[in-house]
Write a protein that binds this ligand. Structure first.
Ligand code: NAG
Ligand code: NAG
Ligand code: NAG
Ligand code: NAG
Length: 386
């Protein structure tokens, strides 16, 4: 993996404590000043004959015992910032990040009140046209979700401070669609989200995704699900098994090979397995080359091989492939009606949820064009309950 260059200037924004070197220079100056000052005090006090009586209390005044415990150092090691990192920016390489994120506590109980959160992980090249709709969706549910955004490396997301997306960009890398760099970005999102120990469910979304239910419905559906939602099926055709490369054997055999939408939902346990895996990831990186699309096969195949019983094998993100071709249908302003949204929420088919049938199959939908925002905001409370 390519080590990320360390942006020293950027870091300054996120670590507001003065660098140690300046701090110690300042301390030396301060101590020199104190020594001279104390010498003056001692001379003055001994001259007045009260030196021995007041020496101890003077020491306390000039050298309070906590003075050298710089607040910065305490903050870096605080428990709170370990379990819930406040700043998303860091200078870890992917290798360092994945290693750290793959750590799983051995103790079952948490030494803090852990309220499970859903991590909403957005993968976009840049703008997020539906920020306003998502903010409406998140409103009033603070503490139950966290947002992560992977963009092009230099893109600066411009949202207001009150937005759930404010300051939620993670250190990102270039992504070319259809290549393994897309899987890298997915793992990067997962790893950054895993650093927050309260995140329990991890949803991958794109800039063209919208929620089709209100927050509480989505939250309860995911948090109380016994299964994760990673589409995984055996596609016999050229677009499925046809993409398998014999050189993946014997580690990955043709009968292991699966296909599925890249828009996954994982629980914490599976997210940690994915971030920790190099063995299978490396085989995909080596042999799943153009017109193979690693993002459509890596997780479906890997989960099928090792964690099938934890997977529902279906996706919770609706998309319309009915028009055929390499890209799904995109819906703009003129398509947005109450009936259309209702047909996504419930199209008459049933799905299995915790081994029982349900009419709620999809929580999110794609693809929507930016001009759909106005009409969606117009009917979100009637159609989607928020
Ligand atoms: C960010 O958005 C605000 C409000 O939409 C706009 O006024 C401002 O010019 C934008 N800043 C940049 C750098 O694009
Ligand atoms: C999903 O597929 C796996 C095989 O990969 C299977 O073991 C599991 O039972 C399936 N899950 C459900 C909910 O049917
Ligand atoms: C409902 O949606 C599913 C999944 O997209 C699709 O397979 C099915 O054909 C749809 N049913 C109707 C009646 O449109
Ligand atoms: C919102 O709805 C109102 C009335 O229902 C309509 O007049 C208006 O054009 C709609 N706005 C958008 C952006 O669709």
């Amino acid at each position: 993996m390519k080590p990320r260059s360390k942006p020293d200037e950027d870091e300054a924004d996120f670590f507001p404590c003065p660098p140690r070197k300046n701090w110690s220079v300042g301390l030396i100056k301060f101590i020199s000043f104190l020594v001279i000052f104390m010498a003056g005090v001692v001379i003055g006090l001994s001259a007045s004959g009260r030196f021995t009586r007041s020496f101890n209390s003077q020491t306390e005044i000039f050298f309070p015992s906590t003075m050298y415990m710089a607040n910065c150092d305490k903050e870096f090691l605080s428990f709170k910032s370990f379990v819930t990192p406040e700043h998303l920016m860091h200078s870890m390489t992917d290798e360092e990040l994945f290693w750290r994120a793959s750590m799983v506590p051995k103790m079952e109980e948490y030494p803090f009140q852990r309220v499970p959160k859903v991590a909403f992980m957005f993968m976009t090249r840049g703008p997020l046209p539906f920020v306003q709709l998502w903010d409406r969706f998140f409103k009033g549910h603070e503490g139950l979700y966290s947002v992560y955004v992977h963009t092009l490396p230099d893109y600066k997301l411009n949202v207001s401070e009150s937005s759930a997306f404010y300051s939620r960009q993670i250190p990102s890398e270039e992504v070319s669609w259809g290549s393994v760099t897309l899987v890298d970005a997915e793992k990067r999102l997962l790893a950054n989200a895993l650093l927050d120990f309260s995140n329990e469910r991890f949803v991958l979304l794109s800039e063209s995704c919208i929620p089709v239910y209100d927050f509480s419905t989505v939250y309860n559906y995911l948090v109380y699900s016994a299964h994760s939602f990673v589409e995984s099926y055996d596609e016999i055709s050229q677009q499925g098994r046809g993409r398998y490369n014999r050189r993946m054997a014997p580690t990955i055999k043709l009968y292991h090979w699966r296909k599925g939408s890249q828009w996954f939902e994982l629980n914490r346990e599976l997210a940690a397995y994915i971030v920790a895996d190099y063995q299978y990831y490396l085989i995909f990186r080596k042999y799943c080359k153009p017109s193979c699309y690693p993002d459509e096969h890596y997780m479906p195949t890997y989960l099928n091989m090792f964690h099938g019983s934890l997977n529902s094998n279906r996706t919770v993100t609706w998309v319309d492939w009915s028009r055929g071709g390499p890209h799904p249908a995109a819906y703009g302003a003129s398509s947005i009606t109450l009936e259309f949204i209702q047909s996504i929420r419930n199209n008459g088919t049933t799905c299995t949820y915790n081994s029982k049938p349900t009419s709620v199959c999809f929580l999110f939908a794609r693809k929507f064009s930016p001009n759909a925002l106005g009409p969606l905001l117009n009917l979100s409370s009637r159609a989607m309950g928020f």
